[in-house]
Design a protein around this ligand. Structure first.
Ligand code: PLP
Length: 415
């Protein structure tokens, strides 16, 4: 390559990027697969696109909630245009605490900030509760951006085996890995995603939550353990969130319990970028320190969150009529998704597919030997799924009920 106007070509000799950033892949693999599926669809092919985690109706249109659309339309221009407080609007944060805890006493023991989606909440958890160079702990199947978020903050990611041989949550494996990490690092941050775990579709049951709690209680005697509960899919779980809350809130005086709350799936507003990180801390002085650190992080990253988005979601969360309407509308879509889940379970069982317990939510994961090869073969057949180590993620949220027989048939051929 010749340099312009006789200047030396610096790109040949060195990179302006710092070494840890020179080999970053640009494409998010899921978004890239979705783009490929869409291109083939545009060219006239009938593809089954089970890649992206957005809820589509059976005509392939992005589903939205009319009560949310109306709350957004009702916003005064000055509310949309103005800066929001750095921590997030107080009404929005009150609404989130109400949504999470109702009238539980924990609602009054929180440090919380608004974040751009659950992603922002996870980002703040990683940056504030782990030192650079330390690793977070999550399940062996996990949402890929956990690793991206860790990388981006110069933290690592380690895993515990997610499933036992009989298909339940491996809480003993969790206990052992948490113990190892606390011994190594002197502290731990755990990311747990349930209900409707992405990518496996698994929801922890009451007994599993209680075993997780016992493990955390045991290890937190050895060093500070922060547990971040990623509840992005909370509204789609077969069980109420109370199952998790009843099991986990009692450890809030021993471990730090965080919630990564998101409006993306709960209100079907992925692009609005509204979420929150909520920390439950009974001790006032520590709560104040956490609040300060989180607000500082907001200022040091995105400054403040979408003001109109927060106002619309707050108006729904704090107004019982609007809220009931949105809950009703969401229930209709949960039913639509439930029909797909039931159809999938019926056909997948007959076809002998191996996958974790799946009782609701956007995704399931089918175990296969060679996921890359299986995904490629499915793609040749016009079926798009996301390969993971040892499994294929199938986003039923974006597959029409009538396409499920074709999807399962295809999966059975490659499993
Ligand atoms: N956590 C999990 C497991 C997810 O799947 C997602 C979105 O796909 C999120 C968190 C956060 O999404 P958002 O940043 O849009 O709220």
């Amino acid at each position: 390559m010749t340099a312009a106007r006789g200047l030396p070509n610096v790109a040949e000799a060195m990179s302006f990027l710092i070494p840890s950033r020179t080999l970053r892949p640009a494409d998010d693999p899921i978004f890239a697969l979705n783009a490929e599926a869409k291109a083939r669809e545009k060219a006239g092919e009938h593809v089954v696109n089970a890649t992206v985690g957005s809820l589509l109706d059976d005509d392939g249109k992005l589903a939205t909630l009319e009560g949310v659309n109306e709350a957004l339309r009702d916003l005064p221009p000055q509310v949309v245009a103005g800066y929001a407080p750095i921590a997030g609007s107080p009404d929005f944060l009150r609404g989130v605490a109400l949504d999470l805890f109702g009238d539980r006493p924990e609602a009054k023991m929180v440090a919380s900030v608004a974040t751009p989606g659950g992603t922002g909440a996870l980002r703040h958890a990683i940056a504030n509760f782990l030192e650079p160079g330390q690793a977070l702990l999550t399940s062996s199947f996990y949402w890929g951006p956990y690793k991206t978020l860790a990388d981006e903050s110069d933290r690592g990611l380690e895993t515990f085996p997610m499933f036992t041989g009989s298909g339940g949550l491996d809480t003993d494996g969790f206990h052992a890995e948490l113990d190892r990490l606390v011994k190594k690092q002197g502290r731990a941050l755990v990311l747990l995603n349930s209900p409707c775990h992405n990518p496996s579709g698994y929801s922890f049951d009451d007994a599993e939550w209680k075993r997780l709690r016992a493990a955390i209680e045991d290890i937190s005697a050895k060093g500070p353990v922060t547990v971040c509960l990623d509840i992005a899919y909370a509204k789609f779980g077969a069980q109420p969130l109370d199952v998790m809350l009843d099991a986990m809130l009692p450890i809030a005086n021993k471990a730090l319990v965080l919630f990564a709350w998101s409006a993306s799936k709960a209100f079907l507003e992925y692009g609005l970028r509204v979420g929150a990180l909520v920390a439950v801390q009974p001790e006032e002085e520590e709560r104040r320190r956490i609040q300060n650190a989180l607000v500082y992080s907001c200022r040091g990253t995105w400054s403040n969150v979408n003001a109109g988005g927060m106002a619309a979601i707050a108006n729904i969360l704090l107004d019982s009529t609007r809220r009931a309407r949105v809950d009703r509308e969401r229930a209709g879509l949960i039913e639509l998704l439930g029909r797909r889940v039931a159809k999938f379970n019926e056909l997948a069982a007959k076809a002998g597919l191996t996958y974790p317990r799946y009782d609701g939510g956007f995704f399931t994961t089918v175990f296969v030997k060679d996921a890359r090869d299986a995904a490629e073969r499915l793609k040749a057949d016009g079926i798009f799924v996301v390969p993971q180590p040892g499994a294929l993620r199938v986003a039923l949220c974006s597959v029409a009920e009538r396409d499920i027989p074709r999807l399962v048939e295809g999966l059975a051929k490659v499993a």
